[in-house]
Ligand binder design. Structure first.
Ligand code: HEC
Length: 190
């Protein structure tokens, strides 16, 4: 019994140490991810249910960028965005750091990591400028395949609407469990 209590104590101490090791910026970035997902996912699911996938494209097309803008305003100076190695949205093309991080996420996934837990927090220095950067992987769920899956999974109407809105769309051909992209946030570090 004593041993159990001691083990519990030690493990809860270890957890506290871990929480303390994460900087305030890192914690804030994690909470912005929660807010982003907490607003977007229910809106997407609701629109899919009530209007079907073609109508739901509008949520992703207008609401996702609007949420990113709102969060950038409320959490300034953080700049909030989403990126992908196969981008669809106008602002989704990754820069060099984001590309490297997305590739690292894919490598981690291939070596067995849980895609839901993949994140990267780093202070990136270029010359005498430092930028605090954070990325969190976005895994592909079953629900996503209607608009991001293989040719056969995407209904004809969705294909037509996507082609109209995103003539350069690269964001299809995904399978469940793959990494669709990532949340990507940055702000000046000094
Ligand atoms: C109804 C269609 C639809 C569904 C379902 C959908 N998406 Fe998207 N997704 C889009 C559209 C449209 C965009 C482009 C948004 C924009 O213009 O910024 C997009 C963009 C994204 C982006 C930003 C990167 C990029 O390529 O633009 C990510 C990440 C993403 N989707 C992940 C997901 C995930 C994960 C799911 C499932 C939980 C999902 N999507 C379900 C239509 C959809």
């Amino acid at each position: 019994m004593k041993k159990v209590i001691l083990a519990t104590l030690i493990s809860s101490m270890a957890m506290n140490v871990q929480a303390q090791n994460i900087s305030a910026d890192h914690q804030e970035a994690r909470s912005i991810v929660k807010e982003f997902g907490g607003q977007l996912v229910p809106a997407l699911k609701g629109a899919m249910k009530s209007g079907g996938p073609v109508a739901a494209i509008d949520v992703c097309n207008t609401k996702a960028p609007a949420i990113a803008q709102d969060l950038s305003a409320t959490h300034a100076p953080w700049q909030v965005n989403r990126v992908s190695l196969k981008p669809r949205g106008a602002s989704a093309t990754p820069d060099a750091w984001e590309t490297a991080t997305l590739k690292w996420f894919d490598e981690q996934l291939a070596s067995g990591a849980d895609p839901k837990k993949l994140e990267k927090f780093e202070i990136v220095k270029t010359g005498n400028q430092a930028v605090t950067r954070y990325m969190k992987a976005v895994p592909t769920a079953g629900l996503c395949l209607t608009c991001h899956g293989s040719e056969q999974k995407i209904p004809q109407g969705v294909k037509a609407k996507l082609a109209e809105l995103y003539p350069k769309d690269k964001a299809t051909g995904y399978q469940e469990g793959q990494i669709r992209g990532a949340f990507s946030f940055q702000k000046p570090a000094n």
